[in-house]
Design a binder for this molecule. Structure first.
Ligand SMILES: [Fe+2]
Ligand SMILES: [Fe+2]
Length: 482
């Protein structure tokens, strides 16, 4: 570390340092649940965190991370997570809140042993005990660790802290299927020329936003299961979920997330006016048929204007409907004589739509492409059909192996991906539910975390070798996922 502060202090320095600390400290804390105190992995994680902590102390003189409601404050700067760090921020926030720890402060440089001690003390705390901070303080004192302090989580009056994860999951599922029902209703209303249930849609999407902000893995998991019978209804809901989850990651405020959800939900409404024979045709479309199909963005936009829902919401919905096939490079449709730039909402809906259409099961392709191929295809079209920056965030969000992927491991075990890592640096190491074959069917075994390492060699215990087609093995991944 240099002796003096740099003359050109970066404007976002606190943001950068805070993010480094949150990331390193989260990794260390997570390590305590996976590895023994004496393992080489823990030594490495400790050293990495130590460098960050002591570096910060040397620059700033002090390191204070505090939780206020939904946010972290780092040395009094409110932290905003970049897209690839959102899940880590959320995960550390959850871990601290669960143990009622509201702040950690380092007033001087520390040793690796002290830092490791702190991590094990914190991870060993029981949940929901408001006195946890006192017991940590006491133990730090007994060990003569004076440069570290922890604080109590201060709750504001209306804060609800103990969400119930099982209840939450059930509720997410309910929201998903209510959205499917709603789309069915919308399609019927269009066919019978009745007014659209727009207020109901708005309410439901608002629920979906709240659900997503609490726990997005269940909704993303549901969107990822592609063995439904009625793809068209699911497609609209999936696009809405992907769009909202993406929007959340790139920092779109809550109020606008519901507009984004509505834009996703209604993006293909124009298809209700396209003859079924064209929509369901598996052979190549004739030029006339193709131009009819390609009119759906314009028809969709027109349907939205008829909703008589003037204002920002309808403007955003129109962007989704009109622009989702335009292409980031404008080579899609409708063809525009004057080049314009796609709007942010248009670009987000387009990426969500692109992905969901890619993994869609079709008559001639019983199961979607395997995930590696999908990621490859997304990267290949980045900058052409889809916005490269949004595609990158999307791939981070979905993981290289999305929820529900059936995978073969290097240990010769088979498993189903049930959770993607918060840490995007570990995007190819999800949590996997192992399965085994017995009495004529596959059954659930334990869940393993692919970031588990062998404590002596420091190598990963299990890795994914390749993905498999669940249909070939007669496995219904949904049963293992929800
Ligand atoms: Fe479309
Ligand atoms: Fe679509």
């Amino acid at each position: 570390m240099p002796d003096e502060k740099p003359t050109l202090v970066h404007e976002h320095l606190p943001m950068k340092l805070g993010t480094e600390f949150i990331t390193a400290f989260y990794r260390l804390l997570r390590g305590t649940t996976l590895y023994d105190r004496k393992s080489v992995v823990m030594d490495r994680l400790t050293q990495e965190c130590l460098q960050v902590v002591n570096g910060i102390i040397q620059w700033e003189g002090n390191l204070l991370l505090k939780i206020v409601r939904d946010h972290f404050f780092f040395n009094n700067t409110r932290m905003i997570a970049s897209a690839d760090k959102t899940l880590i921020f959320k995960a550390l926030w959850r871990e601290m809140r669960k143990r009622r720890i509201g702040g950690i402060e380092f007033s001087e440089t520390v040793t690796g042993e002290h830092l490791k001690e702190l991590a094990y003390l914190l991870s060993g705390l029981e949940e929901s005990n408001g006195n946890n901070y006192l017991s940590v303080e006491k133990q730090l004192e007994q060990r003569n660790i004076e440069s570290i302090e922890v604080g109590k989580l201060e709750l504001l009056k209306d804060e609800d802290i103990d969400g119930n994860p099982e209840g939450q999951k059930k509720y997410s599922k309910e929201v998903y299927f209510r959205c499917i029902g709603l789309i069915r209703e919308v399609v019927e209303s269009i066919h019978h020329q009745k007014p659209l249930p727009i207020r109901k849609a708005k309410r439901l999407v608002q629920n979906a936003v709240n659900t997503l902000l609490q726990d997005d893995s269940t909704l993303l998991g549901l969107a990822n299961i592609k063995n439904y019978d009625e793809y068209a209804f699911n497609h609209s809901v999936n696009v809405a979920i992907y769009a909202m989850a993406l929007g959340q990651r790139i920092g779109i405020p809550k109020k606008h997330l519901s507009h984004l959800g509505m834009a996703g939900l209604f993006h293909d409404m124009g298809k209700t006016k396209i003859p079924e024979e064209i929509l369901n045709k598996t052979e190549k479309l004739s030029p006339e048929e193709r131009s009819i199909l390609r009119s759906h963005p314009v028809i969709g936009t027109e349907l939205i204007t008829r909703m008589k829902e003037w204002g920002e919401l309808s403007a955003r919905m129109m962007e989704g409907a009109f622009e989702h096939h335009l292409g980031y490079d404008m080579t899609g449709y409708p063809r525009l004589t004057q080049k314009k730039k796609m709007t942010l909402f248009g670009r987000i809906v387009a990426v969500a739509d692109f992905y969901d259409a890619l993994v869609r099961p079709r008559a001639h392709r019983r199961f979607p492409y395997v995930s590696e191929k999908i990621v490859g295809m997304m990267l290949e079209r980045s900058g052409k059909e889809i916005d490269p920056a949004i595609a990158k965030v999307f791939i981070h969000m979905i993981g290289v192996f999305p929820l529900g992927t059936l995978a073969l491991l290097n240990t010769n075990e088979m498993g189903i991906v049930t959770q993607v890592q918060e840490d995007t640096g570990l995007i190819d190491r999800p949590k996997v539910c192992l399965i085994y074959y017995s009495d004529g069917e596959y059954r659930k075994d334990k869940v393993v975390d692919l970031i588990e390492m062998d404590e002596v060699s420091g190598e990963f215990r299990r890795s994914i070798v390749k993905t498999l087609d669940p249909n070939e093995y007669n496995i219904n991944v949904a049963e293992f996922l929800i």
